[in-house]
Write a protein that binds this ligand. Structure first.
Ligand code: PRP
Ligand code: URA
Length: 238
């Protein structure tokens, strides 16, 4: 699958860490560490084209011209699972502002439901990086981009660990100007809207909350959920 806006990392360290992250025996503590390390590597790639301006500095030996990142950057973690990506990004760009958006995916319709948004009236940053480990149907991401564009964000990038082709197609059809940075593009969505092979539920695996029925193997999808996935898969085939 090739999409002009999709950037799937080819870095060997990303591939190595992602394999451990996916492994079902990886415990939440290790899982959180890997989310952080992978975010660091993906953030480095996603910010490779940031504009800089020249600044005069003085080393202990002589004056010289250095560089300073120009745009004001906003990190937009999508609650809950995006929270685990914030610290690594702040290490890379400590001056970034963090604006949280709360969305959960309705298990039946797979549609995003907004429950937290404290953005001020006007955008305070020029570049927004949406942080969410999973880009599945693309519904949560497209909704977040809608919110950020209405806020006035000039430029938006999505940073995710794993994407499904269905989600990339949905997001890039709705928002062709949004770059999508991922560690891997996986095979497809299953009937419950989970990414295959994926890693399961990124929120549950980070926070140790394994009681949700949708994340239990063998949980039967509703007809409505399976039909939503089939429609996305028809859209993907064109
Ligand atoms: C997960 C994930 C994304 C969304 C992706 O969140 O973190 O936000 O699903 O799915 P989509 O592309 O089909 O919209 P979830 O709804 O499980 O909430 P959580 O992070 O609170 O667990
Ligand atoms: N959300 C997740 O956490 N995992 C998936 O595979 C899909 C949505």
């Amino acid at each position: 699958m090739s999409h002009p806006t999709l950037h799937a990392s080819t870095h060997p360290l990303v591939a190595h860490k992602l394999a451990i992250l996916r492994d079902k025996t990886t415990e939440p503590k290790k899982f959180r560490e890997l989310v952080r390390e992978l975010t660091w590597l993906l953030g480095y790639e996603a910010m490779a084209d940031l504009a800089t301006r020249q600044v005069p500095i003085e080393t202990p030996l002589e004056p010289m011209t250095g560089a300073e990142v120009e745009p004001r950057v906003g990190l937009v973690p999508v609650l809950r699972a995006g929270l685990g990506m914030v610290d690594a990004m702040l290490e890379l760009i400590p001056t970034a502002e963090v604006w949280h958006i709360g969305l959960y995916r309705d298990e039946r319709t797979l549609k995003p439901v907004e429950y937290y948004n404290k953005l001020p009236d006007a955008a305070t940053v020029q570049l927004c990086l949406i942080l969410d480990p999973m880009l599945a149907t693309g519904g949560s991401s497209a909704a977040t981009v809608d919110i950020l564009k209405a806020w006035g964000a000039a430029r938006i990038k999505q940073v995710s660990l794993i994407a499904a082709p269905e989600g990339v197609t949905t997001l890039s059809a709705a928002h062709p100007d949004v770059d999508i940075h991922v560690a891997a593009l996986d095979s497809h969505l299953n009937e419950r809207g989970y990414i295959v092979p994926g890693l399961g539920d990124a929120g549950d695996r980070q926070f140790g909350t394994f009681a949700g029925p949708a994340s239990e193997p063998g949980h039967e999808p509703s007809d409505e959920t399976a039909e939503v996935v089939r429609r996305l898969q028809r859209d993907l085939r064109g």
